[in-house]
Ligand binder design. Structure first.
Ligand SMILES: Cc1cc2nc3c(=O)[nH]c(=O)nc-3n(C[C@H](O)[C@H](O)[C@H](O)COP(=O)(O)O)c2cc1C
Length: 196
């Protein structure tokens, strides 16, 4: 039998998992070895056609500041009325966490596998990354924010025309688990199919 038994600790951790707001994420982030393990976990997703229709772009250390300069400039360009405090907030976005992992959906439009399924696989990568981070003792949040959809920014990330940002996963540590949030009413979303 596989899996042969229930690993309660992991199941409990996933059942109770919560995102930590990027603003509340602290040092330390994962080491390079830990991050690699997290990415291994993240990429262990179902993938129809074995296309691996996703990739990772990692921000840490100084690259976060460098990217912050791009964010500030582009925000100023598209929001000319912004004051210095607003622009400083844009500059600081990636400094909210020690690591920001960009999960990029890379769709192969020539594949027989529907695009929708390829995109779903990259969503699974994002969620696995959140779960992997949590199981390894780290805090994380999946954000998109405006820069996911800004062409100048996505070009600076090196995205090709068949690529999109599935998410920026902010990773680090947290002082405490956030309080619970409202959840969808599961009972109203579960049904057993009955033939008409
Ligand atoms: C694709 C995607 C994009 C998201 N983008 C944002 C965002 O830009 N800003 C934000 O406040 N929350 C965003 N969220 C929501 C948070 O990641 C998260 O769902 C929320 O903080 C509560 O998470 P939890 O249920 O894991 O605790 C996004 C979620 C998803 C799935």
């Amino acid at each position: 039998m596989y899996p042969s038994s229930r690993l309660n600790d992991a199941a409990d951790r996933i059942r109770e998992r919560r995102s930590v707001r990027a603003a509340d994420i602290l040092e330390p982030g994962p080491s390079d070895t830990e991050l690699n393990e997290m990415l291994e976990i993240a990429s262990r997703v179902p993938d129809h056609g074995k296309l691996g229709p996703w990739r990772f772009l990692i921000f840490d250390g100084d690259s976060r500041q460098k990217f912050g300069e791009l964010l500030r400039n582009q925000f100023a360009e598209t929001n000319p009325d912004s004051n210095e405090a607003i622009l400083e907030r844009e500059y600081s976005r990636f400094m909210r966490a020690p690591n920001v992992v960009t999960v990029i959906s890379s769709v192969d439009p020539t594949s027989r596998i529907p695009e929708w399924e390829q995109i779903l696989s990259s969503g699974a990568v994002c969620q696995n990354l959140l779960v992997g981070a949590s199981l390894m003792g780290f805090a994380a949040q999946w954000l998109t924010e405006w820069y996911t959809y800004d062409e100048v920014i996505t070009k600076s990330l090196g995205l090709s025309e068949n690529e999109k940002v599935a998410g920026f996963i902010y990773i680090g540590s947290a002082e405490a688990k956030p309080s619970e949030r409202g959840r969808p009413d599961l009972r109203s979303r579960i049904a057993k199919w009955n033939p008409a």
